[in-house]
Ligand binder design. Structure first.
Ligand SMILES: NC(=O)NC(NC(N)=O)C(=O)[O-]
Ligand SMILES: [Zn+2]
Ligand SMILES: [Zn+2]
Length: 479
């Protein structure tokens, strides 16, 4: 078991002058034993090399923070492991300070839409994971009205269900249409989720009739052609979804279920509607992604399809409004929506936005990219940590064991230096299966020094542990 960690000891202390705890940032030593945080003791200076024979790792002024939890990644295995895969995906996560992932039910083949198919995922993930990985189940027309299938899928350990209100880009994961949403969400999915206390995640975008076809005469190499093909794609979908989410309010028939809007890009009407729903007591939550906070349409060059995703990256003004919303504590969490594909599917030669794969590759960079984009907007380390650890842990219902540094919880930790910068150039190792990413060439602040998963140093200074000892995270059955 020694090969699970680059520091193969069970019991040790970490010291740092900046330990991020729920009670604030303190200078402290964190005692870790048998995979768990045992104690956090405030102290101004590092203790000696050992305390009662237990070694002390002195990380000085580096930040010691809960590991990031990325609740929105497409690892694409089994079936499309040539797009990413458990090995490369979790190695990239470890290198980026991400200690847990939750895998989306699509882009793998088959998709994760039944108990049997979840078991297939679990089998395929075995012995490949460098960090811990949970799984969302898929909610598609085929199972949307089938209480038995949904119940079994959740009972097997899916952390929640995910559906699309527009085409997903993958034929084997069809969208749920108006009828499914109004009838089946209300009659089947939300009540079942309520029973388990788990969330429904929704890609809330609707294609507007006629808009896309009006783009056919425009130059597909211009980013504006893609952007203008989905102008108000989020508002309509969110309005429809929030109507159904009324049942999650106290006393409603889906009380206990949560409706979670993934990857919000629109900072205008969508934010107003979600704020109102939250104020009315609906159990709704929302995430945005690093790329919406880091990039804007103003800076996307012609033919640069690395930036193509849905919903689209919008204007610079919109980006600024997203940061205001972050500062107002509007967002419950951040995610990567890491959705890579083989590089040729991004059509780098043609630069055709309308035909290129929609999805951005980013998992390894979300910590430094969020931090770098956030510095001019006053982002604090505590807020960063809440958005990347506490928020996603609560969504996935794993907050009792992960998502904050507290005695009794898993020792899932990232040690990083927010003041030190690096360039993503040819000397920098990207662990994603495919190296095409819009972060290439950027200078980012926030170098990851070490990543610890359940007390095991799985990554340190460019090196990974030699054995993948990550675990699958299954929701506990209600029975
Ligand atoms: N099939 C996908 O991976 N789609 C993803 N693609 C994006 N975001 O462009 C997503 O999350 O919708
Ligand atoms: Zn999506
Ligand atoms: Zn996604």
């Amino acid at each position: 078991l020694d090969r699970c960690s680059l520091l193969p000891i069970d019991h040790f202390f970490l010291f740092s002058k900046r330990v991020i705890t729920p009670a604030g940032i303190i200078s402290a030593s964190v005692e870790i034993d048998n995979g768990k945080v045992v104690s956090i003791l405030e102290r101004q200076e590092a203790p000696s090399k050992e305390i009662n024979g237990v070694p002390v790792m002195d990380y000085g002024n580096a930040v010691v923070m809960p590991g990031l939890i990325d609740a929105h990644v497409h690892l694409n295995e089994p079936g499309r492991e040539e797009w990413e895969g458990f090995v490369t995906g979790t190695m990239a996560a470890a290198a980026g300070g991400v200690t847990s992932l939750v895998d989306m039910p699509l882009n793998s083949f088959p998709t994760t839409t039944s108990s049997e198919l979840l078991k297939l995922k679990l089998a395929s993930a075995a012995e490949k994971l460098m960090v811990d990985v949970g799984f969302w189940g898929g909610l598609v027309p085929e199972n949307a009205a089938n209480l038995t299938i949904l119940d079994e899928l959740l009972d097997t350990g899916a952390l929640g269900l995910k559906s699309f209100m527009c085409p997903s880009g993958i034929n084997d994961f069809p969208m749920t249409t108006g009828q499914h949403i109004q009838v089946f969400f209300q009659e089947a999915a939300l009540p079942v989720l309520a029973k388990y206390g788990r969330p429904l995640l929704v890609h809330a975008e609707k294609e507007q009739p006629g808009v896309k076809s009006s783009q056919v005469d425009k130059d597909p190499r211009l980013y504006s052609t893609h952007l203008e093909s989905r102008p108000n794609s989020e508002q309509e979908a969110i309005r429809e979804l929030l109507d159904v989410a009324k049942d999650t309010a106290p006393g409603g028939k889906a009380e206990g279920a949560r409706v979670h809007i993934v990857h919000l890009s629109d900072a205008d009407e969508s934010i107003q509607m979600i704020k109102k729903a939250k104020a009315q007591g609906l159990n709704v939550s929302v995430e945005t992604c690093t790329h919406y906070l880091a990039f804007s349409s103003d800076n996307i060059g012609d033919g640069d399809t690395r930036y193509k995703c849905a919903p689209p990256i919008r204007s610079e003004l919109n980006r600024k409004k997203l940061w205001s919303a972050v500062n107002d504590d509007f967002f419950d969490l951040l995610s990567s929506d890491h959705s890579p594909s083989p590089s040729d599917m991004k059509l780098p030669e043609e630069g055709d936005f309308m035909r290129a794969w929609g999805g951005i590759s980013s998992l390894q960079f979300v910590l430094p990219a969020t931090w770098t984009a956030g510095i001019p907007h006053g982002l604090t380390l505590e807020k960063l940590s809440n958005l990347w650890s506490r928020g996603p842990a609560k969504l996935a219902n794993i907050y009792s064991s992960k998502g904050s540094l507290e005695p009794g919880k898993d020792a899932d930790i990232v040690v990083w230096d927010p003041e030190s910068s690096f360039v993503i150039d040819e000397n920098y190792t990207i662990f994603h299966k495919h190296k095409l990413t819009p972060y290439a060439g950027q200078t980012l602040y926030g170098r990851v020094i070490a990543t610890i998963v359940r007390g095991q140093h799985v990554y340190q200074e460019g090196h990974h542990a030699t054995q993948p000892c990550g675990k699958v995270l299954l929701a506990k059955s209600t029975s």
